[in-house]
Design a protein around this ligand. Sequence first.
Ligand SMILES: *Cc1c(COP(=O)(O)O)cnc(C)c1O
Length: 231
Amino acid sequence: MGEVAENIERIRERVEAAAHRSGRSPDSIRIMAVTKNQPRERVVEAYEAGMRLFGENRIGEAEEKYAGFHHDAELHMIGHLQRNKASRVVGLLRCVESIDKIETARAIDRRCRSERATMEIMIEVNTSGEETKSGYTSRDQMIRDLEEMTTLRGLKVVGLMTIAPFVDDPRAVRAAFASLRAERDLLSDRFPTIELRELSMGMTGDFEIAIEEGSTLVRIGTALFGRRDAP
Ligand SMILES: *Cc1c(COP(=O)(O)O)cnc(C)c1O
């Protein structure tokens, strides 16, 4: 077994253990391979080891690696997407997880409609209060934008995404994940017609806590591929 395959196996075991600890079915949690700054060979290796969900944080890099890749591989954008690049995601991605502005949503929607496609989106929430992080900081703004997003026919809002604070205190990390779940519950009450099935939260350093707090999608890079060279 190759190194990536072994790493995947180990992550699967830890996901299962965390799921069982919190009384959840492991099937309710998907593992994403975050392949930013990794060469295409590593993507292929992960695919061959059974991974089908992939994440990238830059559109140019995503195009280089994933154009013409296997049809059953599902690719998500997890980094900030500039509005002027929004049209490039259609046909390449299944989901943009990092929506934190209505303008980006509108731009993707326009392109989707002209191509008769639909794009899944998630709302990125800044749960850490760190100013360097993207994501909505104002709930009122998020609700106003979501009201419009639900009317955009080219888009399907499927859930929420967050990045926990980079701190040593696991309580602060847990609080961030719990607040994303609370946000989801609140929005589900407010928007009963949309099903917010996804809580995309948890990375290499904190995915077990995220699972205990209800994550449905953990985004793993370092633990699968080792440290990244580029920034
Ligand atoms: C890079 C990245 C990840 C993966 O981080 P690791 O700590 O390497 O697992 C997850 N989510 C986002 C948004 C990222 O940019």
